[in-house]
Design a protein around this ligand. Sequence first.
Ligand code: FAD
Length: 373
Amino acid sequence: MDIAIVGAGVIGLATAWRAAARGAAVTLIDPAPASGASAVAAGMLTPVSELTYGEEPLLRLGLASRDRYGAFVAELEEESGLPAGYRDDGILEVAFGPDDLAFLDDLRRFQESLGVPTETLTGRECRRLEPMLAPGVRGGLLAPEDGSVDPRRLAPALLAAAERHGARLVRERAAEVIVENGAAAGVRLEGGTEIRAGRVLLAAGPWSGDLGGLPPGIVPPVRPVKGQVIRLRTRVPFLRRCTRGLVRGSSVYLVPRADGEVVVGATQEEMGFDTRVTAGGVWELLRDARELLPGITELEFAEVSAGLRPGSPDNAPVMGPSALPGLVLGTGHFRNGVLLAPVSADILTEVLLDGTMPEIGRPFTPDRLEATA
Ligand code: FAD
């Protein structure tokens, strides 16, 4: 089976690895692999904190992916010889005011109703876990099974593992899908080269709607949702685990890495394909992060960047066969693409190689959006 994958972000890369490992001849097409949201993302692995009521199928998908992460990373690190920066030491969510505490209580009830374990903590217990937390923290919730991964390490490891199984990377922009006899037959690159393939996976994040050659009604309805993040550095231990906080109703998170990096995120802005970083974005993040952990002002400022989350009309991924035979969609992962990479790769590999959709992927097929599109 020849497979052409358009887009080498975490979704395209993870699927390339899994499909190549099963013996498919995979060609990955991307002028700048892992340069999209995957290069900016904080890499929190938290299926629950970012969801709201009514998104239970997405929650189940996230839980399934998080539960696969440990084994996924162990296999990946073994095959690639590269570390992925994975941690499974839990995520702490803290609150300041009574409204924030009430929100956390709702979140705890929601999680309990779904059988997701959490521990409710007093302010003092939160500070015992994270001594740098502000004295004003009134309480918190620990999700002991959540964690994080470093997407800037994960992506090169995925590429190395995919290449080890024979996947080929073509560093050029895909211009259009080749359609022959009413089916996708490959991809034409910007320079005119044709990559022939029996199956094409469109995994170009928020750019997935830009690919030429798609018949009307096939274009995936994804849009870019901008997010700015800051990267700080510390030489002394500062934060033990990923910590999220509600500050006057708005959410900020800090994700520590083993090498001393601390990622602070993230804004959420509907600005089209604009990836400029702004003074307002940086100010907002630092202001909220300082309320949570006053000591961050001592940390070295290393970087500010902006990425584009691939958002779909219902905030859920768009995965599975499209109405064009041979063309499979793997996009729309919005705020959870890093978390969802293991389960998405398994789903998309089964769709590409076996032509079947696993039960857990059924709520996310492209046909659910036909009415919206
Ligand atoms: P991308 O990573 O955007 O990759 C798309 C790729 O397609 C790019 O490499 C691009 O070069 C390529 N491409 C585009 N057009 C073409 C073309 N015509 N031909 C060939 N290639 C093309 N998720 C989490 O799970 N946890 C988090 O904590 C988290 N934090 C985030 C914070 C921020 C600020 C942002 C922006 C995102 C965050 N996300 C997080 C979301 C996550 O980053 C995305 O859901 C995920 O990266 C989507 O992966 P992707 O492979 O679909 O797209």
